[in-house]
Write a protein that binds this ligand. Structure first.
Ligand SMILES: Cc1cc2nc3c(=O)[nH]c(=O)nc-3n(C[C@H](O)[C@H](O)[C@H](O)COP(=O)(O)O)c2cc1C
Length: 233
């Protein structure tokens, strides 16, 4: 286990409601160092669709500098928490927009080797329905970034804010967040990616052997992944 477990929370909204509370409960129970970003407050640029991140390099993104603090915090973290309320059955537009900016980091392109040793948590709350698809919105990115272990906590809270949540549901949330935090602490510093992640990496490796996009092929070759090296070893 690292001396201090570093957690980054990326909130898909700029207010401190139920979803924020639950994400913080997990981070507090992990009891390390936490950095938080609220969207769109801390990053409000929309992906321009120029595809320069894919074809020329991520530093060519017109929003590269604005995105850097979040990228650096993600890279430094042991645990990445993505938290979003359910908006029309999905993650908020602000969360989706941030994740769009990291398409180049997907395993199909240029995954960062450090991801395979990190843990991720997806948190979503709905008034009633839509938690599953919202968790999936965020899990897709964590999985395709290569994050080695992923936890999920979603709940229909039957409320529009924390005060409106029943005592019974709050007690359930206490229990669930404690269990998740205990697993996160136990696995910190000893993550090996899930079999599914390793299998996807293997498929992407085959694709890169005959890759079409020079920056991607170069990344895989320079990392040694087209040979025997693997990011989790
Ligand atoms: C624009 C908008 C869309 C919403 N869409 C849904 C929805 O599709 N399903 C649902 O059950 N609740 C929906 N809700 C309710 C919130 O997801 C729910 O109250 C959530 O717990 C709020 O979390 P927060 O306190 O972190 O803001 C929506 C709320 C807003 C503001």
């Amino acid at each position: 286990m690292p001396d201090t477990i570093r957690t980054v929370i990326i909130h898909g909204q700029s207010h401190e409601g139920s979803t924020c509370r639950i994400a913080r409960m997990i981070a507090e129970k992990v009891d390390g160092e936490t950095t938080e970003f609220f969207l769109p407050r801390d990053f409000d640029r929309f992906c321009a669709g120029c595809a320069l991140c894919f074809t020329k390099g991520e530093e060519k993104c017109p929003h590269h500098a604005a995105l850097r603090p979040i990228t650096e915090a993600i890279d430094a973290a042991d645990i990445i928490i993505l938290a979003s309320p359910v908006y029309v059955f999905h993650a908020t537009g602000a969360m989706k927009n941030l994740l769009d900016h990291y398409g180049w980091r997907w395993m199909a392109h240029r995954p960062d080797a450090r991801m395979f040793r990190k843990q991720g948590v997806c948190v979503a709350t709905a008034a009633g329905a839509g938690v599953k698809s919202t968790l999936k919105d965020m899990e897709h990115s964590l999985f395709y970034w290569g994050v080695g272990r992923i936890e999920k906590l979603g709940m229909g809270v039957a409320a529009t804010d924390w005060d409106g949540i029943s005592a019974k549901k709050k007690a359930k949330l206490e229990k669930k967040t404690s269990a998740i935090a205990a697993r996160l602490k136990f696995c910190a510093g000893r993550v090996t990616p899930a079999l599914k992640t390793k299998a996807m990496f293997g498929i992407m490796r085959m694709v890169q052997k005959h890759g079409w996009n020079p920056p991607d092929v170069e990344h895989w070759r320079n990392s040694g992944w087209l040979g025997k090296a693997r990011p989790w070893k």
